[in-house]
Write a protein that binds this ligand. Structure first.
Ligand SMILES: [Fe+2]
Ligand SMILES: [Fe+2]
Length: 463
């Protein structure tokens, strides 16, 4: 404890700029030496405090520069400046300091203002009660510590928030970079995939050209099925890659029939005996086994493997059902059924079309899912509205021209099928027909449906 016996504006403390470790700095400010002496006596026994005594506001403010005072007890009525003004200055320097004011009854109005402004913790009327004043100083110290705790907590929370925000920003930045890398890798993979599908499509088309030469019936049927599958994919709004894979699978779906005796393929499926049926039903697996190990053909091979599986489990070879069959396999399957139904020999194309329409309708939820059947019927509706009646002309070999579509198969006198119905002629096919005709004459006249402009399909991965 320090005593104040010095002149005005002086501080009486062991050291104005020093704090004793483990003790709390308390400052008493009063211009009356008697009051200060009384306060010294009162707090002499309070060893937890390091008491400082100033005989006026100026000395007190000077002490506050170097000393961390926790509680100030000051007089209100002082000659240099009033207690309220002193507190205002004190709060600017040490906003955390808790203040108690000693005042007479006559100054209560001023003190009340200070309390309301929040700069004053409590006021004590002179003459004070010693115990009450000691108790108030203890409470003021508790308030100081509590405020300090809250402030420290708020600081810690703020620091944690800042740290979390910083970590979050770094994480987002890292995520953005990784996302960009992933998008870039994905785009590269998609481009590579598109190129691969383009290449596969070109391979499949080239294979079909060869197939048309070796087995015109299978080749032309495959081309027609692929055309219908393409339309079905368009209605199903499939992605480019799914559509391309389905089309490739359609082009190759019956290559497993190449090894089968021709008479089995030419027979109606309903007329096959048990052994013939067993042989016929090997063709999806035969194709699958040959294609599955070729790089890029695994999914396509799987679509082909299931192109005769049916929704109700009556298909072959594995008797798959419903959801076990891919959409692509269903599309190939229904296009295949449609093509076989429409190729039946008839003298009444309109009746054939309507019978086929009814047959396809009856496949809904039995052989194929309703959505697949509805898509097929939509294509047939479109074909019907475009006109069933096609003009068929009978022409000689020399009259054939690029763009003509055959209305029936072309055979040689030795019985070899050269081109199948629905084949669209081009220069290459015409040249071949005329060359073969010289060594194995073509039988009869040609029947053509209409003349189409020969389309060249370019592989455009962006489409
Ligand atoms: Fe087939
Ligand atoms: Fe087929």
């Amino acid at each position: 404890m320090t005593t104040s016996t010095k002149s005005d504006n002086q501080v009486d403390a062991r050291s104005a700029s020093s704090s004793v470790p483990g003790k709390h700095n308390i400052l008493f400010v009063d211009d009356e030496p008697n009051i200060l002496n009384a306060l010294k006596r009162l707090f002499r026994t309070q060893s937890q405090y390091e008491c400082h005594f100033a005989d006026g506001p100026a000395a007190a403010l000077a002490l506050l520069i170097d000393t961390h005072v926790k509680v100030v007890v000051c007089d209100h009525r002082m000659p240099q400046m009033e207690g309220a003004e002193f507190l205002a200055r004190l709060k600017k320097k040490r906003p955390d300091t808790v203040c108690i004011m000693l005042t007479g009854q006559a100054n209560l109005k001023d003190v009340e203002t200070a309390v309301n402004e929040g700069s004053l913790f409590k006021f004590v009327l002179k003459p004070w009660d010693d115990n009450e004043l000691k108790s108030l100083v203890a409470s003021a110290l508790e308030k100081y510590e509590a405020n300090k705790g809250k402030k420290n907590l708020a600081t810690a929370v703020k620091e944690t928030e800042n740290k979390l925000q910083q970590e979050n920003e770094e994480l987002l930045k890292t995520n953005d970079e990784r996302t960009e890398q992933l998008i870039s890798a994905l785009e590269t993979a998609q481009q590579a995939n598109s190129k691969l599908h383009c290449t596969l499509h070109e391979i499949a088309k080239a294979f079909c050209v060869v197939l048309e030469l070796a087995r015109p019936d299978i080749g032309v049927h495959s081309n027609r099925v692929a055309k219908t599958v393409n339309q079905l994919c368009e209605i199903a709004n499939m992605s480019f890659q799914d559509r391309r894979e389905a089309e490739i699978a359609a082009l190759l779906h019956d290559i497993g029939q190449i090894g089968l005796p021709r008479y089995i393929i030419e027979k109606s499926r309903d007329c096959l005996n048990d052994n013939e049926r067993l042989a016929y039903e090997t063709h999806p697996a035969a194709c699958y086994e040959n294609l599955k190990s070729i790089n890029g053909f695994d999914r396509i091979a799987a679509f082909i493997f299931a192109h005769h599986e049916r929704y109700n489990g009556t298909g072959f070879p594995r008797k798959l059902k419903a959801g076990d069959i891919s959409t692509q396999s269903y599309l190939i399957g229904i296009a295949d059924e449609y093509d076989h139904l429409m190729q039946r020999v008839t003298s009444d194309p309109t009746l054939l079309f309507e019978q086929t329409y009814d047959a396809i309708s009856n496949m809904s939820d039995t052989l194929f899912p309703r959505s697949v059947v509805d898509s097929m019927l939509a294509i047939m509706d479109r074909n019907r509205s475009e006109g069933l009646e096609e003009e068929v002309k009978e022409v000689s070999l020399n009259d054939l021209a690029p763009g003509d579509v055959l209305a029936r198969n072309i055979y040689t006198v030795s019985g070899t099928m050269l081109l199948a119905v629905d084949t669209m002629l081009d220069h290459r096919k015409l040249l071949r027909l005329r060359s073969i005709d010289k060594v194995d004459a073509i039988l009869g006249t040609m029947r053509i449906r209409k003349r189409e402009t020969t389309n060249t399909h370019h592989c455009d991965s962006s489409s």
